[in-house]
Design a protein around this ligand. Structure first.
Ligand code: AMP
Length: 190
């Protein structure tokens, strides 16, 4: 199996790039942000709890997202692999993900972090907010989410660095360019 953890600040084009990698490598895409937004739309109990935290730019509790991911992985296996988009965001989630994969006789192949400047992130997200009308894309919330991301990425990337599974990709150009860089890393891994 090819199991990629895709990391990136909000607005780095993580969702778009993930979909392209999924098509190319026939993987299953798991975006915890997308699942949480679906729950909010459905008005479920989970959605109501998560909705308030997301609107404030805060992370949803580990046990909530871990349970969501465990269910999702169980449901999709057997498959040729996963791309985890926006998960794990804490060391606790990373450890739980290892356990989830090990229970299926699999492992995380690599973590890839998309890199893009803060100015470019804000520019992209404000334009996305106009198009999609997402309630969490206001300038204050965007700054808070970027700050939260920077606080969290060090811990999580250290986790994968320690396993020699950490790679970075320049995501400031086109999604196609980002895809090319990712595919060459995957190829290098064999
Ligand atoms: P995203 O679309 O990945 O940027 O996620 C949107 C929001 O959902 C985040 O700002 C968090 O509030 C929440 N969220 C998504 N994934 C996670 C996760 N792995 N852990 C905690 N909260 C998450």
């Amino acid at each position: 199996m090819l199991n990629i953890v895709l990391f990136g600040p909000p607005g780095a084009g993580k969702g778009t790039v993930a979909k392209k990698v999924v098509e190319e490598k026939k993987l299953v895409h798991l975006s915890t942000g997308d699942i949480l937004r679906e729950e909010i739309e459905r008005g479920s109990a989970l959605g109501k709890e998560a909705g308030q935290l997301i609107a404030q730019g805060q992370l949803v509790p580990d046990e909530v997202v871990v349970a969501m991911v465990r269910e999702f992985v169980k449901r999709k296996i057997p498959c040729s692999g996963f791309i985890f988009d926006g998960f794990p965001r804490t060391t606790e989630q990373a450890k739980e993900l290892d356990a989830i994969m090990a229970a299926q006789g699999a492992a995380i192949t690599m973590m890839i972090a998309l890199e893009v400047s803060e100015d470019e992130i804000i520019r992209r997200m404000l334009s996305r907010a106009e198009i999609e009308g997402r309630p969490d894309d206001t300038i204050d919330v965007i700054r808070k989410r970027i700050a939260t991301y920077h606080e969290k990425i060090k811990v999580t990337s250290d986790y994968y660095k320690a396993q020699n599974k950490y790679y970075t990709v320049d995501s400031s150009l086109t999604p196609e360019n980002t895809l090319r860089q990712i595919l060459s890393i995957v190829k290098g891994e064999g």
